[in-house]
Design a binder for this molecule. Structure first.
Ligand code: AAL
Length: 734
């Protein structure tokens, strides 16, 4: 380490060089030419990009090696401190600034010596610490060279209860003022972590750095007013002398976890206060522990981890408004620099070249959680120019990177994403996804006839009364024993209330049943071809069930027609002729609702899809009776899914979902039967993604059924739109 005298000579040498360089004239570059290869250290007179403008205007020099407020940091283990084999019972952390007195260096720091490592606020006691700085006192050590230290003993012990700091006194810093010494420190009156890391700042003074220290036993820097950024904690008090006053910088944790760490400034004319907080606080938006030093006429700050401007060195000409002056690496945590002019009220701060800092969780094993002190060296000095401190970057061993490994959860998220990408790419790459396209030539095949209401009475409908207009909704197509096509679906007499939405689903307690005369679907595609048969499964025929009988879907199994219908509980009924139905009771229900069930039989398994809140769910069964646990196969933020259909075609799966997005002017009933049907594609029937991730097209239909005629022609139906009743359109796969 250079002696003080050599440092002066060395500085003088570099000073001469600096003056020579800076007197070079401004480089007038030919704007037509590219930016010069020989890097101009002075701002060239040519149009510059924002980055180049900033490089010349924002930093003290255009290159880091010439930037006096840029440095690399070098670390040295200290000799002289015992940590009980680093078992976590002894911790030393948050060192103060180093001062030189009586021919040696002094440093103060937080020392915890407890029977165990920190156990968290919930498990702490009068002897078991909550945090690494709980149940601590302020100790000090001296050194002749700054590398080998002698621990001298306690400087400020915890005062007796209820004095400020009775639980722990920590994170101290030194001020020398008019020949007296002052130690500011955090005074805990509860275990750190009880509510948060809450504490104000207290102070003790002495006539000698070796003490004895007299506690002021009063709070000198109080927490901020309720609601203020520093309402709960004043941390890392850091006094410097400027303009004949004490400028004390401090940190506070605001905004709750994850905390936002920022720095404030409090100014006083006397070490015991009163301290007035600066109206512009916070004055530094980032950082963690405070480390600052006078530099030229202003003050520089090491802004370490946390915040947008972490890992920067900043400078405030007016000691209040800080600007970023360099971006650096491996900054000292809780750095306490040796600053010869910290308290000299200097107008030309010379800067720093070394100090003491700490490393928390020093062994990397939280079971031995404790901190150690270390020495850092740097070149942030006007009097030193050490090119070896001005390298542009540090080479980290691969361990450093691979130690920052992914958590299991992160790895799962990424694997899920790559599976989806693979899925998509496979499906994209291997097979052309056929997209359903409709002819938009709906044929109105079923126009409901008038009928007597099956009851029971509702607010506006009378059982046994004749009603001309009936409003069908979700329905299903099925062929009977003789091959005739039938349509069975929700219905109820038209109820036009003011507002309309009130009666829109009133009395939907049974299904309409319409039949064709033809046995080939194509032949049934005629206007009003289907004629009504008696309504199916009114409440009388299914005693004990909820009145609602919604969205039936029918498949044939073992010679019997099986109908599933809703809403929750989803129920089953069987029939041999599609007219006489025997209720078979509940299949399953969902607390947040289950509506519009639809079945797909594929590969020996029945899949039932149905809607719930903002999603489509699926269950599987081998026998239509016992159903698996629900799986959410599609979720949507933008609309309420309705009337889902799962289709297996061309070796892949499609999900058709009609939608309700609340956008209805309430002027006429049909408006409530929105007819945008979204179509999604996936190889995996359990994963149709979120929103439009797997969407391939939209079709115009309300409560669509998608099915094939005898000749393989695909059809899509729609109800209430475009006509009251059921209409069918042709569907092609392109
Ligand atoms: C450190 C400092 C303060 C906090 C705690 C101990 O980083 O900010 O001292 O209270 O952590």
């Amino acid at each position: 380490m250079l002696s003080m005298f050599n440092m002066k000579a060395y500085g003088l040498l570099w000073m001469t060089v600096a003056v020579l360089v800076s007197s070079c004239p401004v480089v007038v570059a030919d704007p037509q030419r590219g930016f010069p290869y020989n890097f101009p250290d002075e701002k060239p007179d040519r149009p510059l990009s924002a980055a180049m403008e900033r490089n010349y205007m924002a930093y003290p020099a255009a290159r880091p090696e010439n930037n006096e407020l840029y440095t690399q940091f070098k670390y040295t283990r200290l000799e002289g401190f015992d940590y009980n084999d680093h078992d976590g019972t002894i911790s030393r952390r948050d060192p103060s600034k180093v001062i030189y007195a009586n021919g040696k260096y002094y440093v103060w720091y937080t020392k915890r010596h407890t029977p165990t490592t920190p156990q968290g606020a919930k498990n702490c006691t009068d002897t078991i610490p909550s945090a690494d700085w709980d149940l601590s006192d302020i100790w000090y050590a001296t050194s002749e060279d700054g590398f080998t230290w002698k621990e001298e003993g306690v400087a400020v012990p915890r005062p007796p209860k209820p004095n400020v700091g009775w639980r722990s006194v920590t994170t101290t810093d030194i001020l020398v003022w008019e020949g007296k010494y002052y130690l500011y420190y955090q005074g805990f009156m509860e275990a750190s972590g009880t509510r948060g890391d809450d504490c104000p700042v207290a102070v003790s003074w002495a006539d000698s750095p070796d003490g004895p220290w007299t506690p002021y036993n009063k709070i000198v820097i109080p927490n901020g007013a309720e609601g203020d950024w520093d309402q709960y904690s004043i941390h890392d008090p850091y006094p410097l002398v400027h303009n004949g006053k004490i400028y004390l910088y401090y940190k506070s944790d605001s905004n709750g976890k994850p905390y936002i760490r920022m720095h404030g400034l409090a100014i006083a004319h006397h070490p015991l206060g009163p301290f007035k907080k600066h109206p512009l606080n916070p004055v530094v938006s980032s950082g963690h522990e405070t480390t600052l030093f006078p530099f030229k006429g202003g003050v520089a700050a090491l802004v370490i981890r946390d915040g947008n401007e972490h890992c920067t060195i900043q400078y405030a000409e007016d000691w209040v408004n800080f600007e970023v002056k360099s971006i650096v690496e491996l900054m000292p945590n809780a750095g306490g620099p040796f600053i010869p002019d910290a308290f000299t009220n200097t107008k030309d701060g010379r800067g720093i070249t070394w100090g003491i800092s700490h490393f928390t969780n020093a062994t990397g094993n939280w079971k031995q959680n404790h901190a150690i002190l270390a020495r850092f060296d740097c070149d942030l000095s006007q009097d030193v120019h050490d090119p070896r401190m001005k390298g542009h970057h540090v080479y980290y061993s691969t361990d450093v990177y691979f130690k920052q490994g992914l958590s299991t959860k992160q790895r799962r998220r990424i694997d899920e994403l790559s599976r989806r990408v693979l899925d998509n790419s496979k499906s994209k790459s291997t097979e052309k996804i056929l997209i359903p396209k409709q002819a938009n030539e709906y044929v109105w095949i079923y126009n409901p006839a008038g009928d007597y209401f099956f009851g029971p009475d509702t607010k506006r409908l009378k059982e046994g009364q004749w009603y001309d207009d009936w409003v069908p909704n979700d329905h299903t197509f099925v062929k009977d024993e003789n091959g005739k096509w039938h349509i069975i679906g929700i219905t109820h007499p038209l109820v036009e209330t003011r507002p309309l939405h009130e009666g829109i689903h009133e009395g939907e307690y049974a299904s309409f049943h319409a039949v064709s005369t033809a046995t080939n679907f194509k032949e049934t595609l005629k206007e009003h071809h289907y004629s009504d048969l008696p309504k199916v499964l009114p409440p009388k025929e299914r005693p004990g069930e909820p009145l609602a009988n919604h969205a039936p879907y029918i498949v044939k199994k073992d010679g019997l027609y099986h109908m599933v219908y809703g809403h929750s509980p989803i129920r089953l009924a069987v029939s041999s002729d599609l007219s006489k139905w025997e209720p078979k009771g509940n299949l399953f229900s969902e607390s947040d609702g289950a509506r519009d069930p639809s079945l797909l039989f594929h590969d020996g398994t029945y899949y039932i899809v149905y809607c719930s809140v903002k999603c489509v769910r699926l269950r599987k069964s081998k026998d239509l009776i016992h159903w698996s646990k629900p799986e959410t196969i599609f979720t949507s933020k933008d609309f309420d899914p309705e009337s889902p259909s799962l289709i297996y075609f061309n070796k892949t799966f499609y999900l058709f979902v009609c939608s309700w997005d609340d956008n209805w002017d309430g002027k006429e009933i049909q408006g409530a039967y929105q007819h945008i049907t979204y179509v999604y594609h996936s190889k995996d029937p359990l994963n149709f993604g979120i929103d439009d991730k797997k969407q391939i097209t939209t079709l115009k239909s309300h409560a669509p059924e998608i099915f094939q005629g005898e000749d393989g022609q695909w059809y899509i139906s729609s109800v209430e739109w475009p006509n009251r009743g059921v209409s069918v359109d042709l569907l092609e796969w392109k």
